[in-house]
Each structure stands twice: as structure tokens, then as C-alpha cells.
Design a protein around this ligand. Structure first.
Ligand SMILES: [Fe+2]
Ligand SMILES: [Fe+2]
Length: 326
């Protein structure tokens, strides 16, 4: 903020002393020398900074016309730095809940521009056009993602900023634990065993998503929390993937049922609300933090978009479902 727009409060009394002035705070005295302006006028300026008037209002007086503005600003600045004058700036921050609503606005804008229109979700609108391997491939990549969920859910369990948020996160972790096993049951139904899936690697885009989330979870907890609503399907009333499989007429019911039960857990336990519930328990977030998280949101949505696009591009063209490492 421009120094002239501030309404500073003087924390000291001042009076001229020789070539400089003496500033007193309680029993302490400070000698200020080499002032860039006349000592008498310096004391008058400082004395008028009462928290109610801006610096420019104070300097509007004719008495200070003959002093270069830059000199007065330099003097006030040095008093800020020594703590003798308080800037009296109101902190630029919002509540955690306002913060997540603002981030969600951007998430939604980007999701509707990219991910919700990407090839995977577009094709799911007409399930008869989706190859069986794409439905299976989605389960395989989802398995890999859930199998690695502890990479990104566990670093956050010790979140110290808010006890209530930490409790919520720990509760969520317990609910999520083992969901990869549900997907594995579906894969078992089409003949893919645990031993086989252990010998496979995810698509690079799946690993990129896992690695990014693990990085954010370990280094930027607040931002990681903001991603959870998107990952858990905050806007969904039903799972379009499950719906598409059911409507396709090509996917066996035994394969769908475990994936559907996982999807229902997310819906029934309101996992999509998790980001909001966590942020609701965070009292304040600085404006600068929100702007930083907005910049990262672009990257997160792009990585998530590529996760689904890659599933379509790989599994719609391959005849072998498993990407074996040997
Ligand atoms: Fe889950
Ligand atoms: Fe979940």
C-alpha cells in the first residue's frame, strides 16, 4: 500500500533535541539524528499521526509545503522500521470458508472448460461408443491411484494449524483406507489378480497426479485440502462412469457392483464436502495465500484433466489391459 494512504499511529512522544529529536516510549528514550527534514516540522508531522488521518491528509497542511514529499516519506518509513510508528494496516485476509468458495469458483470455471469436456467424459455421454477396455482401464488406473492414496493423505495427518480440521482429516483417512481393495474385487471379476496388478505400472499421467498430490500434501497443506473436494466429486449426484457402464450393456454387473459401492461411499459420506468442511474450521487465510493457491489450481486441474484423457487415449487403442513391468 502507498505510504500516503496509510493511517499510521505514533507509538512515541517526540521533542526536538539538538540537531535531532528524542522519541520516548514509556521509560525508553531514542535519539534520532540526521533527519531529512527540519526537526520542528518532523515532530509536528509525527505528532499528528494518530491513526485517524492518512499521511497525505497530514501533509496537505500548508506548513509542510516547503518539504519534499520524498524526504517526509523516508522519515516516516524509518520510524516504521524502528517500530516507533505503527503502520496500522488492516490485515488483508478472509475466513477459511470464504477462501475455499473463492477457490471453488476458479476450480469450477476450469473444470467446465477442460475436464468435463475432455474426451473420456464426452464419450461417456454415449456409452455405446466406449470400448470395454476403457471402462476396465479406468478401474485399473483408479486402483493405482487409490493404492497410492497414503502417499498424499498421510503427510497431512499431523496438520497443526487447526485441531478440528486435523480431526476431520484423520477421520477421512480411516474411511478411505482400503478402498483400493474394493476396486481390486471388480478387477478380480474380469480375471485380473492381485499378483498381476502388483506387477504393473500406472499410466504416467496417473503417477503424475499421485506425485503432485504427494508434493502438495507434504509442502502446501492448505492447497492440498482445496484439491480434495474435486477429487472426491464435490458436484456429483451420481458417478457418470458407473452410470455409463450400467447403460453400456457391455459391462458385467459383477464388475460394476464393487466400483459402484465405492462411489456410493463417496456420495453417502459426503466426501465431496471435505474441502469445505476443513476450510470452515480454518479461521483466516491471507489474501496472498489465496492468490498463490489460485495460480496452482490451474496446474492441478490440468494434471487431473490429463489423467482422464490419458485413460481414453491409452485404453481405447490397446488390446492388452495390463502394463507389465517384466
Ligand atoms: Fe475412496
Ligand atoms: Fe472418498
Amino acid at each position: 500500500m502507498d505510504i500516503n494512504d496509510l493511517k499510521p499511529i505514533t507509538r512515541c512522544t517526540v521533542e526536538p533535541s539538538g540537531d535531532g529529536l528524542v522519541a520516548r516510549v514509556g521509560d525508553e528514550e531514542y535519539l534520532v539524528e540526521n533527519l531529512p527534514i527540519d526537526t520542528e516540522k518532523a515532530c509536528r508531522v509525527i505528532g499528528q499521526l494518530d491513526g485517524n488521518r492518512s499521511v497525505s491528509d497530514v501533509l496537505a497542511s500548508d506548513a509542510f509545503d516547503d518539504i519534499p514529499r520524498a524526504h517526509i516519506e523516508a522519515m516516516i518509513q524509518s520510524f516504521f522500521e524502528s517500530g516507533l510508528i505503527d503502520k496500522n494496516e488492516s490485515p488483508d485476509c478472509v475466513s477459511g470458508f470464504e477462501c475455499i468458495l473463492e477457490l471453488e469458483d476458479l476450480q469450477n470455471e476450469l473444470l467446465y472448460k477442460t475436464l468435463y469436456r475432455n474426451v473420456f467424459w464426452e464419450k461417456c455421454q454415449d456409452p455405446s461408443q466406449v470400448p470395454l477396455n476403457v471402462f476396465y482401464g479406468m478401474a485399473i488406473e483408479n486402483y493405482h491411484f487409490l493404492f497410492r492414496e497414503s502417499w498424499f493423505d498421510s503427510p497431512i495427518l499431523g496438520f497443526a494449524t487447526s485441531t478440528e480440521s486435523r480431526v476431520l482429516m484423520n477421520h477421512f483417512f480411516c474411511e478411505e483406507y482400503g478402498h483400493d481393495e474394493l476396486i481390486l474385487k471388480s478387477l478380480n471379476e474380469i480375471g485380473i489378480t492381485r499378483e498381476q496388478i502388483y506387477r504393473t505400472v500406472p499410466l504416467p499421467e496417473t503417477l503424475a497426479l499421485c506425485n503432485s498430490l504427494a508434493h502438495w500434501s507434504a509442502t502446501d497443506p492448505l492447497f492440498f485440502f482445496s484439491t480434495m473436494g474435486v477429487l472426491e466429486g464435490k458436484d456429483l449426484k451420481l458417478d457418470s462412469y458407473v452410470n455409463a457402464m450400467e447403460e453400456s450393456g457391455t459391462v458385467q454387473e459383477d464388475f460394476i457392483k464393487y466400483i459402484k459401492s465405492h462411489s456410493n461411499i463417496n456420495l453417502q459420506d459426503a466426501h465431496g464436502n471435505l474441502s469445505r468442511e476443513i476450510f470452515r474450521r480454518i479461521p483466516v487465510v491471507a489474501r496472498s495465500e489465496i492468490e498463490r493457491m489460485k495460480r496452482q489450481t490451474h496446474m492441478f486441474i490440468e494434471i487431473y484433466d490429463r489423467f482422464y484423457t490419458a485413460i481414453w487415449e491409452h485404453y481405447s487403442t490397446t488390446s492388452s489391459l495390463l502394463r507389465l513391468v517384466n
